[in-house]
Design a protein around this ligand. Structure first.
Ligand SMILES: Nc1ncnc2c1ncn2[C@@H]1O[C@H](COP(=O)(O)OP(=O)(O)OP(=O)(O)O)[C@@H](O)[C@H]1O
Length: 230
């Protein structure tokens, strides 16, 4: 799925958070959004998935304008979202968490669930535990599995490595690398090494504005690290 965000503005009351945000992710590309805390990265993602209304600008997927579409319609169209803070059902079992997401998109009987267990073996081991009993890293894997089981064509990830131990960061890295080219990935990250390891391109965000898109071949780690440093 190709994603285009054109001239996006957003306000929280009288405070302007996004100022003419421009962003293109080609189909099958993994694009990292890098910026300091409060730069507006999460706000861009929330506007994209339909959780916040932009005050100006346009969002297109595969050339179709979706700016006014409700959240559920974007999800049906293939936009999968893993918010910051791993929103899972803490009181439901791992099985029911995955099943609920799969069922909502008609993917509960087509092998999608089995595929998730092979991507994230620990979820199979924890199948009957509740979401709340999992460690932070396991919850992040469950949140990713819940998004992926819907078979998105655009996966939107908000800081998937935040507070996660290195061995699980590796698992998440491998999963993103294995998905690349099949689906488009938009990734918000503070962990620059991780972002640059998986992304095909990076876009900086500063005070609600996006910078120029840098292709992988031109990544300058020290420059991009400055974009996220406090
Ligand atoms: N619900 C809200 N009401 C008012 N202002 C908000 C709200 N949520 C975020 N903001 C403000 O909008 C700006 C952008 O926040 P956003 O969460 O998009 O930043 P971010 O780049 O994702 O940072 P972080 O890495 O800390 O999540 C910040 O100045 C923030 O204080």
């Amino acid at each position: 799925m190709k994603l285009e965000i054109i001239g996006l503005d957003q306000h929280y009351g009288s405070a302007q958070t996004l100022r003419g945000v421009d962003l293109v992710a080609e189909s099958g590309e993994c694009v990292a959004l890098l910026g300091r805390n409060g730069a507006g990265k999460t706000t861009i993602l929330k506007c994209l998935v339909g959780l916040l209304p932009p005050s100006a600008g346009e969002i297109r997927i595969d050339g179709e304008t979706i700016t006014d579409w409700p959240n559920y319609r974007r999800s049906r169209a293939g936009i999968g979202y893993v918010p910051q803070g791993r929103e899972i059902f803490r009181e439901l079992s791992v099985r029911d968490n995955v099943l609920a997401a799969a069922r909502a998109h008609g993917h509960d009987r087509d092998g999608s669930i089995e595929e998730m267990v092979s991507l994230f073996p620990v979820l199979g081991e924890m199948w009957k535990r509740t979401g709340g009993q999992l460690s932070g890293g396991q919850q992040q894997q469950l949140a990713l599995a819940r998004a992926l089981v819907t078979r998105p064509r655009l996966l939107v990830l908000d800081e998937p490595t935040e507070g996660i131990q290195p061995s699980i960061v590796k698992v998440i890295e491998q999963v993103i690398l294995s998905l690349k080219r099949q689906i488009t990935v938009l990734l918000v990250e503070q962990y620059v090494d991780f972002a640059l390891g998986v992304a095909d391109a990076a876009i900086t965000v500063e005070r609600g504005r996006t910078g120029i898109k840098t292709a992988r071949a031109d990544f300058d780690k020290s420059q991009l690290s400055r974009a996220v440093s406090i």
